[in-house]
Design a protein around this ligand. Structure first.
Ligand code: ADP
Ligand code: ZN
Ligand code: ZN
Length: 736
């Protein structure tokens, strides 16, 4: 006789609150527990509110009493499969983040707020079993049906919207349906990032590209650094890898930096894979579009998923490869909330899914380079430019004691003029936007400061404003000193706006295109702005680092770097690395076509050994030297480093909190050669938006020593009752 055992069903959920624990609930009343599965979203009551939580486990016992029932399922869909839950748990653990917040970060806003997934459902056309058995040449007598059949055979199922943009008509679809070869099914839409483009010609691979592709085994995990000169054809390698993965019926994930996801990049991908469903995920999307793309990725409908940082948390059930383009880019690190590095997570994701991971850059981060040089990652290199482009020639132009005109040496201005006259294009890189980074009174020395930050206000002349670039505080430009009423006020230093004025005056017969955050509110605006440059007419481009990446402008033969010195003397130990990357990337814009390129680098300190090394031997040698320096100083990536951050309107409280944290940690692990403490010290930008910021730095010879200590200090800090003080752990922090 069978005994009926009364089993309790308890739901263990990730609830979006800043507490490092899970919460137990009873199943929703009236809902059969068989309908519940890990990875689903549920509505739960929490402290008088109704929140969207994610079911992680169904258990039989709970250490807690007085459990409340959950309110109900948001929908029946399992959004987070097993692999995805594993990655998110790893993130919470490694970055010391509350798991509920990790899930909230992974979900697009609309789904986080509880919109059901089928809100965006649409119809997908797929082959039936009979359809799948047909040869490509079947139906030769009905060309429209045959074309459609070929797309479905070659590239898999297609959404109704996508079929429309591809130009397939409903009559052909119905005819195939009547023959029992195709059928409709419901699934999420993938809004195409761009209208389907013409299939672009595929270049023959050169031998370096071929070797790289042969070194990557598509069938299992490996992590590789592709260190390839700018213009060496890395993107072509990515496209081939993606092709292989699509051919094997799997999804490709491509991560790009924030300013790298331009219409130009998307065009290159859509034109190579016009019949594939491509989901693009980036911050420029409306909530609904973002949710749709996310669901298409998570449901497996999207073949190619391309996105910025947060795309790394999107579940991908058929993942076949992870590619990170410009892996050194700082935008892969999230600087608030869950402070993860998408580039590092790419490797974790690839390992979990047992698929290859490729990190590509002309200027690899020291972290990745260290992993490659120590043998943890495979080190692949491409040293030559693809096609017939040659590497540019680099010259330093000393600027100390030179008669500069708005920051430009006469020699540089002459070269710009010559370039334009030859019908070619010049690009001028200036690291600061606005007219001038400071405004000062000549008589009493008054400086325009931000009232909320420890920084100067930048003068924007066209808008007649002074603006803080840290908190966006704005005030009208003054024409007399607020302190002594003198009218002799000077703009100190230069920015893009100031240079634009000079260059437009000097070279007014050519288009002068300024590219910075003030002129390009959107990616589309940038695309439009660059149109004359793409057409190949002689023109002058000037701008900030937005110009350093991703743009392939074959008629640019001269690149000018107005000031190479900024990063060489910063208090941030990462500044030389970033400067080196930026200079090499900007220089890499020169001579990408058949015309040869020249780079002019203005510097007040042309003898600086790091600058010399960079300009003479290139970024590779420069980065290896920096790595040796970091090892000596016991800094990352050789040592592991985490910051405990605190910020507060009252500086004393932040400092005191960190001081106590240090005492607490030292009582657990006293300082030693293995673990070292520094601080509390003020952040480089000490005051931001009215709050004083401090950090405590903990370095360790290994992460294994650091992790348990961080977990303990988080538990300690959660007991902090000062509501006006904000604190965070920043593992592998990128900013000081
Ligand atoms: P990277 O991503 O390394 O900067 P790209 O992939 O953008 O380089 O390639 C630079 C240029 O060279 C592009 O115009 C690209 O079309 C071209 N290219 C890439 N691979 C080849 C090849 N094998 N043969 C000819 N041209 C190529
Ligand atoms: Zn004054
Ligand atoms: Zn400010």
């Amino acid at each position: 006789m069978q005994e009926s055992v009364q089993q309790r069903v308890i739901l263990r959920l990730a609830v979006p609150v800043p507490l490092r624990r899970l919460f137990d609930y009873l199943p929703p009343e009236g809902l059969s527990p068989e309908l519940l599965q890990p990875g689903q979203r549920l509505w739960v009551p929490f402290a008088g509110r109704k929140l969207v939580a994610v079911l992680l486990e169904i258990v039989q016992e709970s250490p807690h009493t007085g459990l409340k029932p959950a309110l109900g399922l948001v929908d029946s869909q399992v959004l987070f499969g097993h692999d995805s839950r594993k990655l998110l748990a790893w993130i919470a653990d490694y970055y010391q983040a509350p798991l509920g917040e990790v899930y909230a970060t992974a979900l697009p806003v609309a789904l986080r707020k509880g919109k059901p997934a089928d809100h965006w459902a649409e119809q997908w056309l797929q082959l039936t079993i009979e359809g799948k058995g047909l040869p490509e040449s079947a139906l030769a007598r009905a060309p429209k049906q045959q074309a459609l059949l070929q797309v479905l055979l070659r590239d898999g199922k297609q959404s109704r919207t996508h079929l429309k943009t591809l130009g397939h008509n409903p009559t052909a679809i119905r005819a195939l349906q009547d023959r029992g070869l195709v059928e409709w099914e419901s699934g999420p839409t993938v809004p195409s990032p761009l209208p389907a483009a013409e299939r672009a010609p595929v270049p023959e691979l050169n031998s370096e590209q071929q070797q790289v592709l042969e070194a990557i085994d598509g069938s299992c995990f490996s992590a590789s650094l592709l260190e390839g000169t700018t213009g060496s054809g890395k993107t072509e390698v990515y496209l081939r890898l993606i092709q292989q993965v699509l051919d094997s019926g799997r999804q490709a994930l491509l991560l790009v930096p924030e300013i790298g996801l331009t219409p130009q990049t998307l065009r290159r991908i859509t034109s190579r894979f016009p019949t594939r469903s491509i989901a693009a995920l980036h911050s420029g999307l409306a909530d609904g579009e973002r949710a749709q793309s996310w669901l298409a990725a998570a449901g497996g409908q999207a073949d190619i998923v391309i996105g910025t940082r947060s795309v790394i948390m999107t579940p991908l059930p058929r993942l076949g490869v992870v590619i990170v383009d410009e892996e050194h880019d700082a935008s892969f690190k999230q600087q608030d909330g869950v402070r993860y590095s998408a580039r590092d997570l790419a490797v974790v994701l690839g390992r979990n899914a047992n698929v290859p991971v490729l990190l590509g850059s002309a200027t690899p981060s020291l972290e990745t380079l260290h992993n490659a040089l120590s043998g943890r990652y495979q080190h692949l290199r491409m040293r030559h430019r693809a096609g017939d482009a040659k590497p540019p020639q680099i010259h330093v132009v000393p600027t100390l004691r030179e008669p500069l005109e708005e920051g430009f040496s006469p020699q540089v201005l002459r070269h710009i003029g010559d370039t334009l006259m030859r019908g070619e294009q010049a690009l001028v890189f200036i690291n600061r936007r606005g007219f001038a980074p400071a405004l000062s009174c000549d008589d009493c020395g008054w400086l325009a400061d931000c009232p909320h930050c420890s920084s100067k206000l930048t003068m924007h002349r066209r808008q007649r404003q002074l603006r803080c670039h840290h908190c966006d505080y704005r005030r009208p430009l003054v024409d007399s000193c607020p302190q002594c009423h003198s009218h002799s006020i000077s703009a100190l230093g230069g920015g893009t706006e100031r240079s634009e004025e000079l260059l437009a005056r000097r070279f007014g017969e050519y288009p002068v295109i300024r590219v910075d955050r003030d002129t390009t509110a959107s990616k589309q605006a940038l695309d439009k702005l660059l149109a004359p440059a793409r057409e190949g007419k002689p023109c002058l481009l000037l701008g900030t680092q937005m110009l350093a990446k991703g743009h392939h402008l074959p008629r640019v033969t001269l690149v000018v770097i107005q000031d190479a010195d900024g990063g060489l003397f910063s208090a941030d130990f990462r500044a030389p690395e970033r400067t080196g990357q930026l200079l090499e990337q900007v220089a890499g814009r020169a001579g990408r076509g058949s015309l040869s390129g020249r780079v002019l680098v203005q510097s007040r300190f042309p003898e600086h050994p790091l600058l010399q090394l960079l300009l003479e031997k290139g970024y590779g040698a420069f980065a290896r030297q920096l790595l040796r320096d970091r090892a000596v100083a016991q800094l990352p990536p050789v040592n592991a480093m985490a910051l405990l951050r605190a910020e507060c309107e009252e500086p004393r409280w932040a400092e005191e909190f960190l001081h106590n944290a240090r005492l607490f940690m030292q009582s657990l692990v006293p300082p030693s050669p293995q673990i070292q403490y520094l601080g509390p010290v003020p952040a480089l930008l000490e005051r931001k938006s009215g709050r004083f910021r401090f950090y405590l730095q903990v370095t360790a010879q290994s992460r294994a020593q650091l992790q348990p200590l961080l977990a303990r200090v988080c538990a300690w800090a959660e007991g902090n009752k000062n509501r006006r003080l904000r604190w965070a752990v920043d593992m592998d922090a990128q900013e000081l």
